[in-house]
Design a protein around this ligand. Structure first.
Ligand code: SF4
Ligand code: SF4
Length: 172
């Protein structure tokens, strides 16, 4: 009689810090929620600076998601059209690495890096559990597909019209 030993996947056997570059990169589900503009609601701000675009958050401030996405995002594939040049072309582009993982709170709750950092594991719809395919993620409504406008198509002065809650959704 033969027994099959089930291999433990790297995301369960290694910490985020222990992962190889390829393993780290493969964790990204490609949801593109991190390509959405976020705004900080700070009670101390005046009308002019309230809900301004930001790349950081301070204690007591609340982060709001909009459905306004970066102009470089392909809204069908949810992939960056300039991945190699993204941080040059879009200085605000958040590039999450093992060195800045403490900034992961800035990512949406469904972000795989945030889930693993918080000990919540990989969700059932993740491409890694579907042979690399993103269809389960799109079907579960966990990506931005079909829900966004581009930041070069809207007047950002009216950002409040674009504040949405769906980026905060998560499904195990
Ligand atoms: S939110 Fe996280 S998992 Fe989703 S695309 Fe961005 S980095 Fe990848
Ligand atoms: S540059 Fe690319 S990865 Fe960065 S926010 Fe824009 S679309 Fe997303």
């Amino acid at each position: 009689m033969s027994t099959t030993i089930k291999e433990i996947p790297f995301w369960e056997s290694k910490s985020l810090e222990q992962m190889s570059r390829n393993e780290w990169e493969s964790l990204c589900d490609g949801c593109a929620k991190c390509c959405l503009h976020k705004f900080i609601d700070d009670e101390d701000n005046d009308d002019d600076s309230e809900l301004m675009p930001t790349t950081y958050i301070e204690e007591g401030e609340q982060m709001n998601y909009s459905n306004i996405a970066c102009y470089l995002l392909n809204d069908k594939t949810c992939q960056c059209t300039q991945y190699d040049k993204r941080t040059t072309l879009v200085p605000d582009c958040v590039q999450l690495t093992q060195d800045n993982i403490d900034s992961v709170f800035f990512m949406p709750p469904s972000c795989t890096y945030r889930r693993l950092k918080e000990g919540r594991g990989i969700p059932s719809w993740h491409p890694l559990l579907h042979k690399g395919k993103k269809s389960a993620m799109h079907k579960a409504g966990m990506s931005v597909r079909g829900k966004i406008v581009k930041d070069n198509e809207v007047d950002l002065d009216f950002f409040e019209d674009y504040i949405v809650l769906w980026p905060l959704n998560d499904i195990d």
